[in-house]
Design a binder for this molecule. Structure first.
Ligand code: URP
Ligand code: ZN
Ligand code: ZN
Length: 473
């Protein structure tokens, strides 16, 4: 494949920014060069067949979204993005790697659940993809399967303390899975909400006639997230296993995580853009059934209680390590509408795989995080956390040439019919305005998006066998 030179931009990485040209050779980054650099008297850039002008723009690694749910079965329906539509939308937004969750349904063999996920994704993806494995029940067979999967490059397992009767694991099951993860070097990812208590609160709310989407939030109060977070950390501590807590939204839960990290426990947390920008009052409390668009778990939190600002603070200080999307889209029509008259039947999830890089960049514009932290949260740390370091999340010689040219002088209006390529009949981010723009997206040396045109195709994306988390080595 031809050499490409991305010239004139500012390369932004997690530790700093510099005026550099990026030389791409085939599918990989060959070199980062100072403009006009002559190594041993040879002008390495001179032979480039293709030059991309990035003057005045940021050149960053392709973003890594380590939490997506394409086609997830939930509440009698399926998440509305397929691997084809969801990875195309990801590419539009500058995300060149996703790690999706293969599902073992309760009663199913883990290996069969995984095989079904490989079948859904193979030949469909526009960007590279890997899998975590959801364990829908921990028994002797599942524990054996964990070893097999680690050998196949699936080095992280999600357990649920919520959804009794669906994905739920009890404390004994969690303990056993953590012991296994400690022994085989994998990472337990935890959905930390006390599902047993939540189910009682939900029943009581429905009995009172509180059926609107707003009550999805009030029946999953912060205490249920904080309690489960604390319990998960204690079980991890007891077993000596590392732990990664997904989609954290309650400031009290992150405070508990932060305290454990101060004690040097190997525990990590992610949040998602919806918990940084949206709220219980404004979105879940929207009139009529509209709040259903934002029903997800953990739920959006009260702005009056200050969760959103404190989460930004935790991103700055490092208590939270990653921002993912938890992309799990459902249309309003016929999907979210399953919960008309009963919020507990609304499928849980928000679509956003296309918008994370932009939404977090707005945090840079507003002075909440630096541009280096933006890259670290969206690209570098997720790659390192999930065993993709060296290949993804950095611009360095030998890394995959996954590159985004981001224009800080550009503008992006988010919404249906604007920037929105997800398979949804609405946008959870309608009306958001971003002071920046994803101009060009490259995946393994191939340009997927440029000048507002899409050049990708299903099947370009490769399956990624992942190694152990860099944080555990
Ligand atoms: O509401 C959510 N988060 N839906 C996706 C499934 C999960 O728990 O991550
Ligand atoms: Zn979850
Ligand atoms: Zn999720």
């Amino acid at each position: 494949m031809a050499h490409t030179l991305i010239r004139g931009g500012t390369v932004v990485g997690p530790t700093g920014s510099a005026e550099m040209d990026v030389l791409v050779d085939g599918e990989q980054v060959a070199a980062l060069l100072r403009p006009g650099d002559m190594r041993l008297g040879v002008d390495l850039a001179a032979g480039a067949e293709r030059v991309i002008d990035a003057t005045g723009k940021y050149v960053i690694p392709g973003a890594v979204d380590c939490h997506t749910h394409m086609e997830l079965p939930f509440g009698g329906t399926h998440a509305s993005d397929t691997f084809e539509t969801g990875t195309r939308a990801a590419a539009w937004g500058g995300t060149t790697t996703i790690v999706d969750f293969a599902v073992q349904r309760t009663g199913e063999r883990v290996q069969d659940g995984l095989a079904a996920w490989h079948e859904k994704a193979a030949g469909q993806c526009a960007v590279d993809y890997g899998f975590h494995q959801i364990l829908g029940g921990v028994d002797d067979d599942a524990l054996k399967a964990m070893d097999e999967l680690v050998a196949e490059g699936i080095t992280s397992f999600k357990l649920f303390m919520a959804y009794p009767g669906v994905f739920y694991s009890d404390d004994g099951q969690i303990l056993r899975a953590m012991q296994k993860a400690r022994d085989n070097g994998s990472l337990i990812m935890m959905h930390a909400e006390n599902g047993i208590a939540i189910d009682v609160l939900v029943r009581q709310a429905l009995d009172r006639g509180d059926t609107a989407p707003f009550f999805h939030g009030t029946t999953r109060p912060w205490e249920t997230e904080e309690e489960a977070t604390h319990r998960a950390i204690m079980l991890a501590r007891l077993t000596g296993a590392p732990l990664y807590i997904v989609h954290m939204s309650a400031r009290q839960a992150v405070a508990t995580l932060a305290r454990a990290r101060e004690e040097d426990l190997p525990v990590y947390g992610e949040t998602c853009p919806q918990y940084l920008y949206l709220s219980l009052e404004e979105q879940l409390g929207a009139p009529g059934f509209e709040g259903a668009k934002w029903v997800c778990s953990t739920p959006l939190r009260s702005r009056a209680q200050g969760h959103q600002d404190e989460l930004w603070q935790y991103l700055r200080t490092g208590a939270l390590s990653v921002v993912s999307t938890d992309h799990c889209p459902f249309c309003l029509k016929e999907q979210k509408e399953l919960g008309l008259g009963d919020f507990s039947k609304i499928p849980n999830g928000i679509g956003g795989v296309e918008h994370r890089l932009d939404l977090l960049y707005q945090g840079v514009v507003e002075g909440r995080i630096t541009r280096e932290r933006w890259v670290e949260l969206c690209c570098t740390t997720p790659a390192r956390m999930f065993g993709l370091d060296g290949r993804k999340g950095v611009l360095a010689p030998g890394a995959d040439a996954d590159v985004v040219v981001y224009d800080p002088a550009g503008h992006t209006s988010i919404g249906l019919g604007k920037t929105h390529h997800m398979n949804m009949d609405h946008s959870a981010w309608e009306g958001f305005e971003i002071d920046g723009h994803v101009d060009l997206v490259m995946s393994r040396g191939r340009v997927l998006v440029a000048d507002g045109e899409y050049h990708g195709s299903p099947g370009h994306g490769n399956y990624l066998r992942r190694g152990p988390s860099a944080y555990l080595r």
